[in-house]
Design a protein around this ligand. Structure first.
Ligand code: FE
Length: 342
């Protein structure tokens, strides 16, 4: 059994005091997680089985967890913080949440692009930001890159969510790295010019909008599409029959990749256990569960992945170090403001 707590109330009225002890216990690790998948429970149980270390889990959204760790200060029991998107990991880093760690296991198991240069955090699963299209109106050979989406011929055809979403911020951050600020701004302006509607809804809504005929092209993370494919609801599966996925930039830098990741918290009372937990996440067995929970790509080579992902074959992925996405985040937000991407 793992101890599980959930932050569901606004901060001022959140749990008074700490859910866990801030003192080191030989056999525990306190995990603050912005991930909440049912299969994660299996993951923690497996860790306990292998190491005898008990996992205490506090779930909340990323900003809540950061705020909480800051508020708890030196008394914080947090050992590991786990969240999704390099932009969010970077925010946590900026707030001084993480400490740098050295681990031969992580250095060996994880590709370099999945490791923060100072070991502040590590990527344990990958999601790609794909392009979706209506196959009745679009010949996929006409769109081979994110850049193609800005072609004036697609005016009024592109559905994409708002710029306050971290996924778009990280995508634009990658554009800054590849094209410079000016090039990235031109791209963002081109997307705004081609929008079918003012941004609304989440990633799934963009895919649904293609099926509904509101636009012929959309941008969304791949796993939202796989969720629809595997949905119990026939209407969801029908959406995926009307919408195809394509993977941009396969002939140049590769598709934009983001991560689910984790780091050891500054002042972690159970530092050694925290490192063991991260090392565990890099094991074959844990990788399969961690990535599989959300139809994501494992970061360790050769680990079994979801059958839909398997069917898509090997992808050419942008190998930009994920810490760059965070570093370019403030500039990306300024560009969105300048081009009027709401
Ligand atoms: Fe998501």
């Amino acid at each position: 059994m793992i101890h599980r707590y959930r932050l569901v109330v606004p901060f001022a009225t959140a749990l008074v005091g700490s859910a866990f002890a801030a003192t080191a216990a030989a056999d525990e690790v306190n995990l603050y997680s912005a991930r909440h998948y049912d299969s994660d429970e299996k993951l923690y149980e497996l860790f306990t089985e292998q190491t005898g270390i008990k996992v205490n889990l506090l779930e909340g959204d990323s900003d809540q967890l950061i705020e909480r760790i800051k508020r708890e200060g030196v008394a914080s029991p947090a050992d590991v913080m786990m969240t999704v998107d390099a932009g969010r990991l970077w925010r946590a880093e900026q707030e001084g949440i993480f400490q740098g760690i050295e681990s031969d296991v992580l250095n060996e198991r994880l590709p370099e692009a999945m490791r923060h240069p100072e070991g502040q955090w590590f990527g344990f699963s990958q999601r790609v930001r794909a392009i979706f299209y209506n196959p009745e109106n679009i010949d996929p050979s006409e769109i081979t890159s994110y850049e193609d989406l800005t072609d004036p011929r697609w005016e009024g055809e592109v559905c994409i969510r708002s710029s306050n979403n971290i996924y778009n911020q990280s995508l634009l951050a990658s554009m800054i790295d590849h094209h410079g600020v000016e090039g990235a701004e031109e791209w963002a302006q081109g997307i705004v010019n081609n929008m079918a509607r003012q941004p609304e809804g989440g990633d799934t809504d963009q895919i649904r909008a293609v099926a509904a005929g509101e636009c012929n092209l959309a941008v969304a993370n791949h796993y939202y599409y796989v969720r629809l494919i595997n949905s119990d609801d026939a209407a969801d599966r029908e959406v995926t029959e009307k919408v195809n996925i394509l993977f941009p930039n396969q002939d140049d830098r590769g598709i934009h990749v983001n991560v689910g990741g984790a780091g050891v918290v500054e002042g972690a009372p159970n530092r050694e256990n925290a490192i063991r937990f991260l090392e565990f996440l890099a094991s074959d067995e844990a990788q399969e569960i961690f990535a599989g929970a959300n139809y994501e790509y494992p970061v360790v080579e050769g680990v079994k992945m979801d059958e839909t992902l398997e069917s898509w074959g090997e992808l050419n992925k942008d190998e930009i170090n994920v810490s760059v996405l965070g570093g370019n985040n403030p500039e990306a937000i300024r560009i969105f403001d300048r081009v009027g991407w709401r």
